[in-house]
Design a protein around this ligand. Sequence first.
Ligand code: ADP
Length: 443
Amino acid sequence: MTQEEQVLDKLSVIIDPDLGRDIVTLGFIKEMNIDSGNVSFAIELTTPACPVKEEFRQQAETVVSQLDWVEKVNVTMTAQQSAPKSNKNMKGLSGVKNVIGVYSCKGGVGKSTVAVNLAYSLARTGAKVGIFDADVYGPSLPSMVNVKDTSIYQHDGLLVPLEYEGVKLMSFGFVNQEQEAAILRGPMVTQIVGQLLGGVGWGDLDYLIIDFHPGTGDIQLTLLQTVELNASVMVTTPQNLSFIDVIKGIQMFETLKVPTIACVENMSYYECCGEKKRIFGVGALRRLKEMYGFKHSFEIPVMEKLSTMGDTGVPLVLEEPNGLASKLYSDLTSSVVRELSRIKFSQKELPKVEYVPGKGIGFTVDDETSYISPKVLRGECRCAVCVEEFTGEQILDKSSVPDNIQPTSIAPMGNYAVSIQWTDGHTSSVYPYEVLQKLATES
Ligand code: ADP
């Protein structure tokens, strides 16, 4: 083995916990240079916010130092990401590597609070971050971050974003300080939002967070067609949860191939005398997890300081970097970062699900296929039509499913589930891969 091969062999024991493969196979090792006993190389990650960055560096130094001819190891950590393809044609967005939408089905659930704290939490990891407040009727960014000079000017034909504590910001509230949105009609608003987003010179950003206008109408749809999003985060509250609305939101994003990678139940509980009081009820997150197989769901409690943040203009994760909110947002941040790199790297390795006439619905993992009966699978549907919203009890009478039922379409949803439409006219079935795996094993 050459010296370079020996180093790579040593490094191949380091496994990326999210991608499940070693960092050599993943192509993360770059710029190797060996000068007698001095070894230097870069580990090129998918994001500068990688939560295991330091662990990788230490492990790499340790394993390479084990080679008896090595005297000194110099590891540089870098990140290489590419911008979503279709955004490269938009001058202002061409340097933005990841675009994440934060959305909710109703207003007032804390979507902007989540978007702002998520953005500042990402920035604390060393990433370059921007926030675009797409809420034309009630822009909240101007009150959530205390920007002193809000004058807007252009450079090179693009609006220069404002900045607060290193995060770039743009909101209709900054551009139109007279607050004239209320008199704008729907189609105009739709146009303005798209133009504003594309007309900002965001420069080089690792993450652009878009705080969506609440709901699932034309404004959201147009924005989703204007800019390519990598993923989205859904925000809901226990009491406002209308299950059908939440599902409508997730599916609107899915239709445009944007996976919802995390859901946040905001104002989930109130901590009192060491106890979590669930004043607004329970169950929403459980149902969403069951239906979509979401692995990343977060509960954020009612916190007075999150509420006053709207007045002070300092995001709580900055004001109390070691407080509870910072800890919760850092968990959300690391899930989002990991899930994004998982999506980029492991899309090809998702299980294959296809209908094979005469055999059933084939579920293929690692070249092994098992078949699930279409009638059984249709009977297992956990969608909001087939299962009672809050009790989780099945409404669908399994015996009513025709024996000869077949899927009319099978489409992947993000990297966690498939949606299936059936010959009985049912169109809202969603099956997480975990559920399919279980049914395939039992069949
Ligand atoms: P949305 O963007 O969904 O309309 P906002 O983020 O503007 O909602 O939040 C609505 C109000 O609720 C704001 O006054 C905000 O400060 C407050 N708020 C949001 N999250 C929390 C929380 N976890 N605890 C207490 N107050 C909160």
